[in-house]
Structure formats: structure tokens, C-alpha cells
Design a protein. Structure first.
Length: 256
């Protein structure tokens, strides 16, 4: 079983518990990539006004809260209680009282035959397989919004550590699988690609752990000494490591 596909529940619980404290959180700003992507959702014909929304793998709510400000109601489901706690905290700070959260993996979540107007899944390992795509489709009355990796996710200096390995790193390209399923199902869709570059900093010991975790997800295993040696080149005089993350995201929208 591939560890990053969302089916290894124990692994995903441990992973998100570790990452929740440093994971991106909602920012009330139009100058963030989430704002650009939500704007593109609307350009694709999506109207959130007064609608019921299901957000699968909602995480800390970077999209959930932004959508909830326009929607009638939002149900956010995620396997991580830590992520959902952050979502609820940030939603309260934004005055959003129309968000319900449910702690559950998506593959075992019993929808009870319920449908929502729009189903959203953004950057989540919970929706990666054909049965996930079908379950999402079955839950919507109007439209599905999907945001996934578009074939690129480079993290400096992690990519240099991975480059020394004999194992070819995993390619982050799950949006391709979604498009293939839609094509095979004869479903028309809108697609748009976004390139993002962002910087991240953290203390050295935390950076070592972060690298180990990211390399494991990419199915690359490196010695701790090799990681520490490479990180030294990106560490300032205060022991802070600088990461540069270059990623390509693909937005896919289709109507039912």
C-alpha cells in the first residue's frame, strides 16, 4: 500500500498530527494563491452563494473558510482532529458560524446517501483513486471542484538530498489521474494550472524531521547525517533553515 494515498489511516493520522502546527492556515487576504484559485472556480461557473458545500480532506480550512464566507453551509471532513481544531479556531476568528466539521477518513465515511450542492477537494490524499472520484461525484447535486498536484513539487534543499539517492523520487501528479478518470467517464471539465513559489523557515532540528518526513512521502530514504550536512548550506547564523517550495497545482471543475 502506498503510504501517501490516504488508505493507511494510522500513517496519515501520525503525519498530519506532526505537520498540523506548521501547516498553512487561512489568511484573510486577496494576495494569496487561495484567493486566486477561488476566483478561478467562479470563472469556471461556480456560484457558492447560499449553497451547501462538502469539503473533503479540508485540513486547516484555507479554502473551507474562504468558501464559507459566501456559502449557506459547509461540511468539512478530515481524518485529523488537529487540523480540524485549527480550522474551527480560524473560522471563529473570521466570524464563520456555518461550518460543521466531521473527523473521519473519506474512504470509510458513510454519507448515508446525502448530497450537497457542491463538493470540494483541495490538495488532499483522501481523493486519489477511481472509487474516491466516484464517491465524490455521487455526493454532489451540481458540481465538483478538485485541486491537485500538477506534476511539480520541488523543495530546496530536499530535492538535492533526494538527488543523491538511487531511488527516483515520486512525481506529484495526481491531477493527471483525475483527468484520466473524467476522460474515461466521458465527463467534460474545466482545467487551469497555477504555479506557486513560497518560502518556509524553521529551526534546524525541526527541519531535519521535516526533511525525513517529506523524503519518506516521496519514497526516498536518506541517512540523517546526509540530511544534516545538506541543510547546513541553507542554515543562517541563528540556526534557521530556509526552504524554497516550487509547486504546480491544477484546478479541475465539472458540472453534474
Amino acid at each position: 500500500m502506498a503510504r501517501g494515498n490516504g488508505r493507511d489511516h494510522k500513517y496519515m493520522l501520525d503525519r498530519w498530527k506532526k505537520k498540523s502546527g506548521s501547516y498553512p492556515r487561512y489568511k484573510n487576504s486577496d494576495d494569496v494563491i487561495e484567493a486566486r484559485i477561488v476566483s478561478s472556480m467562479k470563472n469556471a461557473g461556480i456560484d457558492f452563494s447560499g449553497k451547501s458545500i462538502l469539503d473533503v480532506g479540508c485540513g486547516t480550512g484555507v479554502y473551507t473558510i474562504r468558501i464559507a464566507k459566501e456559502a449557506g453551509s459547509v461540511t468539512g471532513i478530515d481524518i485529523s482532529t488537529e487540523m480540524l481544531s485549527i480550522l474551527q479556531q480560524d473560522a471563529s476568528g473570521e466570524g464563520c458560524s456555518n461550518i460543521e466539521t466531521i473527523t473521519s477518513p473519506w474512504d470509510t465515511f458513510d454519507t448515508g446517501g446525502k448530497q450537497w450542492d457542491i463538493v470540494v477537494s483541495t490538495m488532499t490524499p483522501a481523493v486519489q483513486l477511481a472509487e474516491d472520484y466516484q464517491k465524490v461525484r455521487d455526493c454532489t447535486r451540481e458540481a465538483v471542484i478538485y485541486l491537485g498536484w500538477g506534476g511539480k513539487r520541488d523543495v530546496e534543499p530536499i530535492k538535492y538530498i533526494a538527488g543523491k539517492s538511487q531511488v527516483k523520487p515520486r512525481v506529484f501528479n495526481n491531477s493527471q489521474n483525475m483527468r484520466k478518470w473524467l476522460d474515461e467517464s466521458g465527463i467534460e471539465y474545466y482545467s487551469e494550472v497555477f504555479d506557486e513559489v513560497r518560502n518556509k523557515t524553521m529551526p534546524f532540528e525541526e527541519a531535519v524531521s521535516y526533511c525525513q518526513d517529506e523524503l519518506e512521502i516521496s519514497e526516498v530514504f536518506a541517512l540523517q547525517n546526509d540530511i544534516e550536512n545538506e541543510l547546513q548550506r541553507f542554515t543562517d547564523g541563528n540556526g534557521i533553515v530556509r526552504f524554497k517550495i516550487s509547486a504546480r497545482l491544477e484546478l479541475i471543475v465539472y458540472k453534474k
